[in-house]
Design a binder for this molecule. Sequence first.
Ligand SMILES: [Zn+2]
Length: 350
Amino acid sequence: MYVLITVDTESSICQGKPLPYEQMVYGRIGKECYGIPKIISICGQYGLGATFFVSVFEAQHYGRELIKKVCLDIAEAGHDLQLHTHPIWIDSDWLMWQYPLERQIGLIKIGKEMVYQFSGEYPIAHRAGGFGADFNTLKALAANSIPIDSSFFFGYPCCRLTSPPLSKNGISLIDGVLEIPSTVYTEIKLASFKRYRNLDPYTTSLPEMIRVVKQAKERGLKTVVVLLHSFTFLKMNKDRTRFEPDRADIKKFDRFCAWLKEEPGIEVVTMKQIAECGIQNSEFRIQSSEHSAFRILHSAFDFVPHPGIFYTLLRFFAHFRKSRKNRLVAIFIGMAGMMLFIIVGWLIGH
Ligand SMILES: [Zn+2]
């Protein structure tokens, strides 16, 4: 099974103001960097390649030199540089699906040319900012000869790609574009109610991440896509004016990479590696689907991992320091457990 470590490399806008680029992308705090240099350093330690989706339209605000430097830093470290589109930096709306097909074709073209101007190579993969893609986005990629997309996040409200016709976690080839979804797992399953999460070390504990990847491998998924942001290892206040490193998440990602490196049957690859050899590979063999309204040529076997309620509850303790919600739930679970223990003890005693 192929595991893809992907990093949305970007700043953001908070209360109408663009945030400081050095903090959001490089994670600079004092003399140390906890952003992309830290991710590159951890991946490098285990010889793992990562795909960095760079939000190149931010050059409009921060300047071309800064974004070019980021692109070169990624490429020179031997990692994969691909296109991330947040149209708000050069146009009026936030998400790709808010634009008609013609404008989406234009936006992808601008982004593609910018990646080329900054790095000397055209992108072969794309992720829409905020996972805000629709089926026109895939058409726009095909029109720009970009063969891979990774904008599908099943169950995410901003995403207008859907399953069906796409496969939630399996790969699909639609309109000539290979969709490799951001892997989702179910956090909660109660009868027909399911809550989905993506595989992000910020929100997922290490035991959950390992269990999701193991289940995906055992059940035959071809790819697992892990999502990070350039600022994943930073703790920020609500206004995003104070930054500090999240050392627990840095350690978590380090241990996850160490596990990936050692786990049999797993190969960590980049989007570029998939484009170079994967599409031709028999594992990505094309099958036709007669019944779909869409021209889906390939829809792999689908499976959604479910680590289970025990792992979900455990996460509230593992992420105790992360948020007030985690602390409240962990305290509630602890108190409920003690009550149960006392009641059972009392019943046995009588
Ligand atoms: Zn983004």
